[in-house]
Design a protein around this ligand. Structure first.
Ligand SMILES: NC(=O)c1ccc[n+]([C@@H]2O[C@H](COP(=O)([O-])OP(=O)(O)OC[C@H]3O[C@@H](n4cnc5c(N)ncnc54)[C@H](OP(=O)(O)O)[C@@H]3O)[C@@H](O)[C@H]2O)c1
Length: 271
């Protein structure tokens, strides 16, 4: 039976690339995001280029019951998921009090809550079927507290630690769990964050290379991967303690890279 991968945030950037590379490996794919037209265009392209089944589920992941709605839709279509890629996400950048609270709330719903809820919804099926994989997209921002990216970096720390914990719960039970920690990638992320410099920490890598590295790490059953030599080295050289000092240094470094304490952009708040 053909294996099926469900990819959130598959309408652009890393998610669209995951869908393409997984389809090239012979997986059927289910593409999830809000933009119906973009998803359907991607699905058509994937079907014609790779000859696999590519379906679309349009779902806003800020909705509290998003994962259940996706699961019900999969059940109604008779689709079982063997590989879940929790990729959908966005960031905010700026002084905390200037970022719209609703925007940060949405960020947590997409980057954290939907990721946990979808794991709850789909992992039992993987266990019942004798195996599966979960790939969670974290970030190099998740390795330390990042002032002016306070919510984003904390959310990505959650994703990284959640993934490492689950990986060890499912070790020996047939389910692989991988956290992917990219540095900057030229995608819609930059526009969404509303600050070009805000997405420029580390070495820029193209999406296809990040995804190829991630899938190779999944093949090797790695716990986490930081694509790009420069990103991997800086992530591992970064001191973790004392935590308060690391955060204070992070504030200075970020302020100097951004050219002063960044103002949260209206564009980011509006998206
Ligand atoms: N690019 C980078 O520099 C970078 C670095 C490290 C980690 N990451 C992580 O990589 C992941 C993918 O981001 P990307 O770089 O590929 O950015 P992107 O091109 O902006 O893609 C983000 C995806 O998430 C989807 N999404 C956003 N809000 C959503 C919502 N409310 N409901 C459903 N889907 C939603 C978007 O689709 P719709 O708008 O159609 O809903 C889109 O498909 C994110 O988790 C991001 O944090 C990115």
């Amino acid at each position: 039976m053909t294996s099926t991968a469900l990819i959130t945030g598959a309408s652009s950037g890393l998610g669209a690339e995951f869908a393409t590379q997984l389809a090239a490996r012979g997986h059927d794919v289910v593409l999830v995001a809000r933009s119906r037209e973009r998803l359907e265009t991607e699905a058509r392209r994937i079907r014609s280029e790779h000859g696999v089944n590519a379906e679309v589920i349009v779902q806003d992941l800020t909705e509290p019951d998003a994962a259940q709605l996706i699961k019900s839709e999969l059940d109604a279509r008779g689709r079982r998921v063997d590989l879940l890629v929790n990729n959908a996400g966005f960031g905010t950048c700026g002084r905390f009090e200037e970022i719209a609270g609703a925007r940060d709330h949405d960020q947590l719903m997409v980057n954290v809550v939907a990721l946990v809820d979808l794991s709850h919804a789909l992992l039992p099926g993987m266990l019942a079927n004798g195996g599966g994989s979960v790939v969670n997209i974290a970030s190099t921002a998740g390795f330390q507290p990042s002032p002016y990216f306070a919510v984003y970096s904390a959310a990505k720390t959650f994703v990284l630690n959640f993934s490492l914990a689950l990986r060890n719960e499912y070790r020996g039970r047939g389910v692989k769990v991988l956290a992917v920690c990219p540095g900057p990638v030229p995608t819609g992320f930059v526009e969404a964050i509303g600050n070009e410099k805000g997405a420029s920490f580390g070495s820029l890598l193209p999406a296809d290379r990040v995804v190829r590295t991630a899938l190779r790490a999944l093949d090797r059953n790695r716990a986490y991967v930081t694509p790009g030599f420069g990103n991997a080295v800086s992530a591992h050289l970064m001191p973790r303690r004392p935590r308060a000092l690391v955060a204070a240094i992070g504030e200075r470094v970020t302020r100097s890279v951004l050219g002063g304490a960044p103002k949260a952009r209206a564009a980011a708040a509006a998206r």
